[in-house]
Design a binder for this molecule. Sequence first.
Ligand SMILES: NC(=O)c1ccc[n+]([C@@H]2O[C@H](COP(=O)([O-])OP(=O)(O)OC[C@H]3O[C@@H](n4cnc5c(N)ncnc54)[C@H](O)[C@@H]3O)[C@@H](O)[C@H]2O)c1
Length: 260
Amino acid sequence: MIYDGIKDKVAIITGAGMGIGYAIAELLLENGARLVLNDVDEKMAEEALVRLEKKFPDKCSVFIGDAADIEVIEKLVLFTLTQYKGIDFVIPNAGITLFGDFFRFKPEEFDKVIGLNLKGAFFLVQKTGEIMKTQGRGGRVVLMSSITGIKGYPDLTAYSMTKAALQMMAKSLVLALAPYQITVNAIAPGATLTERTKEEEPDYAGTWGKLIPSGVVGKPIDMAETCLFLLSDGAAHINGQTLVVDGGWTAIGRYPKDLE
Ligand SMILES: NC(=O)c1ccc[n+]([C@@H]2O[C@H](COP(=O)([O-])OP(=O)(O)OC[C@H]3O[C@@H](n4cnc5c(N)ncnc54)[C@H](O)[C@@H]3O)[C@@H](O)[C@H]2O)c1
């Protein structure tokens, strides 16, 4: 879909070599934005760039690096300013899903999840927020939460904690950013079929679709359309909110007979 207020805007998206981030990048470019696509995986990012360059020449650049690393974040922001002379949209999409039994979960695993999902997102928004504030032309932040930030799921405590915290981050940052016409919202995807989730479970659509009222799992484009809406002029008055995009999964309850 084409959205108002996207054309010529400059975006940063982390973890965008594939999956949801890549779909957001593609839809942003279709809508006339320019962007810096970040990924830690060089090959993945370069392949993504080749595909995007074919369709949208000279509108997209790549910055390789770990989105959990503060030095990388600072360089990513500087690189974007050098390339496109400003920043309008930031989407800290990179996230790590580490499953693990609560009683066996290791401190280094915990740090890894928190380091990317929370610390990386926090400092990317801090650094880009400062730029948007100084530019004086508003801006948009879209955080990538999850339905695991709303309900508890087995073996995902640390991950879920970060995804719940991102929803609070959206609310709390309203205070710091709304006076500068910068909105901060989050998307909470449900089960979404990406290259990664398909690798984890070959019949991902069949297995996870059973949990969703329509029987259909989410696609990266579903999250990208929601993201573009939140970045568009039409969402100018939406701030501090989390939009759940899960096909109704978290909307329904179950009766004992459903377990039979
Ligand atoms: N796929 C789902 O079902 C689902 C559901 C809910 C929430 N989410 C969230 O949406 C976001 C994107 O999910 P996805 O499944 O598309 O992602 P993914 O796991 O497929 O990864 C996308 C890209 O991120 C890159 N990446 C990984 N670590 C990075 C790092 N430290 N720095 C920079 N790039 C890094 C990977 O190389 C990959 O190319 C994540 O935050 C995830 O938690 C996904």
